[in-house]
Design a protein around this ligand. Structure first.
Ligand code: KIV
Ligand code: ZN
Length: 385
């Protein structure tokens, strides 16, 4: 089965989430957990951004033994030097150099023409290759870059020794079809494409970051970049746990796999949420509190008979103990009876009906009926006898 490399950027693009600021100790904690999760590459930060971030990247570089540690760099010698400094002591150091390539960025941000963009990136790659044997190059805003120019940039990066070329959809603009087509075209038209890994880096502005990453995989991407819980700049990045579970659950369709220890996903998600302060929405795929919770009577009845009726993956896969049957106004008698058994009540049919009716009246008034509520109903009904 084709292996997809996982490049985790929780500590860099994830930390760019408004309001998030991780100190060195927190970055190292998350990095250790990412190592346990089995990511291949950890982008630890942007060393030129601040002395604090340089120190944090260095601490991660020294701590991590089983993943490549990466520092981000603009196409400037000072940034490259900062990454050199930050990655001292790393087992498997890697630099990630980027430069914007789209007409919008060339004109308004860089004020460079195509030739200047090519030259600037080439010089940066040449300088970096004196110090690094593993280099990733990103054509920032590749998603809105002319195809011919993206091909030229990719060929230049290959000639200058990049081992990974990343194709970011920086502003989360593309549809899965368009994003997939870019990978297909690069595979077909770039000279020397077999010498590099192609990487997908997606943002979620239109809610398509996960599906775009999957489209890239279907069209030849070797690596996906993303974050835990999908945190990141603006609406965030591809949620790595979503891609990993999509590949795992639909192996028949994608025919590709990551090397992640999936049973570490829930723990990693909780740690990242706690240390970043970014709360995971209840309905978030895979790691939301409701991802394995069932409320309606029809679904609960199906689940109690056979779990595969309403679950396409098991909570155990991501390291959770079990699915939850939540009692609310949509719940049915089957789940209610199971709950009574769990709580240790033995009730004959007539009392069960009365208790069930009382539960329904309460459920109309209350979103979530707790174990304490059920016990109160039962204790009252049993005392009535
Ligand atoms: O989204 C983006 O383009 C980035 C680059 C720095 C790779 O995060
Ligand atoms: Zn990004």
């Amino acid at each position: 089965m084709r292996k997809i490399y996982v490049f985790d950027t929780t500590l860099r693009d994830g930390e760019q989430s408004p309001g998030v600021n991780l100190n060195t100790r927190e970055k190292v904690k998350i990095a250790y957990q990412l190592e346990k999760l089995g990511v291949d590459r950890i982008e630890a930060g942007f060393p030129a951004a601040s002395p604090g971030d340089l120190a944090a990247v260095n601490a991660v570089a020294r701590a991590v033994k089983n993943a490549s540690v990466i520092g981000l760099s603009r196409s400037r010698t000072q940034d490259i030097d900062a990454v050199r400094e930050a990655l001292k002591g790393a087992e498997d150091p890697r630099i990630h150099i980027f430069l914007a390539t789209s007409p919008i960025h060339r004109q308004h941000k860089l004020r460079m023409d195509k030739a200047q963009v090519l030259d600037t990136a080439r010089e940066a790659l040449r300088y970096a290759s004196k110090y690094f044997s593993s280099i990733e190059f990103s054509a920032e805003d590749a998603g809105r870059t002319e195809m011919d120019f993206l091909i030229e940039m990719t060929e230049m990066a290959i000639q200058e020794g990049a081992s990974v070329v990343n194709i970011p959809d920086t502003v989360g603009y593309l549809s899965p079809y368009e994003y997939g087509e870019i990978f297909k075209t690069l595979k077909e038209r770039v000279h020397g494409i077999e010498k590099v890994q192609l990487s997908a880096h997606c943002h979620d502005d239109l809610g398509m970051a996960t599906v775009n990453a999957l489209a890239a995989i279907l069209n030849g991407a070797d690596q996906i970049e993303g974050t835990i819980n999908g945190i990141g700049e603006r609406a965030g990045n591809t949620a790595l746990e979503e891609v990993a579970l999509a590949l795992e659950t639909r192996q028949d369709f994608f025919g590709a796999k990551t090397s992640l220890q999936l049973s570490e996903i829930a723990r990693t998600s909780r740690l990242v949420s706690r240390l970043t302060g970014m709360v995971v929405p209840g309905n978030k795929a895979i790691v939301g509190a409701n991802a394995f919770a069932h409320e309606s009577g029809i679904h609960q009845d199906g689940m109690l008979k056979e779990k595969s009726t309403y679950e396409i993956m098991t909570p155990e896969t991501i390291g959770l103990k079990e699915s939850k049957l939540v009692l609310g106004k949509h719940s049915g008698r089957h789940a209610f009876r199971e709950k009574l058994v769990d709580l240790g009540y033995v009730v004959e049919d007539e009392r069960l009906n009365e208790a069930f009716n009382a539960f329904k009246i309460l459920a109309d008034k209350k979103k979530d009926v707790t174990d304490e509520d059920i016990s109160a109903i039962l204790d009252e009904k049993l005392l009535d006898t």
